[in-house]
Design a protein around this ligand. Sequence first.
Ligand code: CP
Ligand code: NVA
Length: 314
Amino acid sequence: MSMVHLSKKDLVSILDLSKEELESILNVAEMLRTKQKNREFFVPLLGKTLAMIFTKSSTRTRVSFEIAMFQLGGAALYLNPNDMQLGRGETIADTARVLSRYVDGIMIRTYAHSDVLELGKYGTIPVINGLTDDEHPCQIIADILTIKDKKKSVKGLKVAYVGDGNNVCNSWLYAAPKADMHMAVASPAGYLPKEAVVKKAKELAAESKTQIIITESPEEAVKDADVIYTDVWASMGQEAETEKRKKVFAPYQVNSALLKHAKKDCLVMHCLPAHRGEEISAEVMDGPNSVVFDEAENRLHAQKAILAMLMAKS
Ligand code: CP
Ligand code: NVA
């Protein structure tokens, strides 16, 4: 079976994907999931390797990418920058040039988005963003796959993101219009997504004839929502602000009272890790609307599609 390829070498942002490519990834992910569940081996990346650089912690991203490479016939290599010469001042450009001689792809989780762009610029192999301060594209692709699984089609659905205008929120703002979904974001003043991101999302929404709502009211955001999404109040790198953020974000908890304003059958999603009692109540996180663990599983299937569609050609 031949694999559909993505047009760009790297997946650093959701903006690297066309609407058609996003849809193709979902279709390939579904196909790969079916094959895996049937124990039908399909190894488009036989003999290929992925280097995985983690400057920040991870459970899902690390495990799902490593397993994804194994199931596609390849192997993954976990790299901690503190053990690499990168941690002693070797440049990102030289690291990219060297790794390109050994491996067939790089997945990186780090702070500065520009570091991932630089790795992609100097590397001759695909570079995949496993989370930066600005974006988390692989997560949102898995999220959309999950919504499609549950609702059959995502077109015309409304996702309400309640919480910090962070990396996950940014990728969702770019992805919602590309998936023909409406999106509302509710964040406290000072924590709304950046204007440049909202501007770009609104341009995409205009092309797709979908809506983007930015508000400080969680109730307004979740009104008639098909999906309520939240994420931690303090992201990796913001640990010093944890206590301050707990106070500011307290009215933004996704709980049973808030769910009453959404559709009765709305999906509750969280990229995880979650803090029950903070951004999400235990009752909702473990309640009937929650699909968070299917969402976590779909990281594996979505990333297998991304890896195969980027690396099978090289
Ligand atoms: N959602 C997510 O990226 O989880 P990890 O931080 O565990 O990789
Ligand atoms: N916004 C969170 C997502 C974790 C998967 C963070 O960046 O820490």
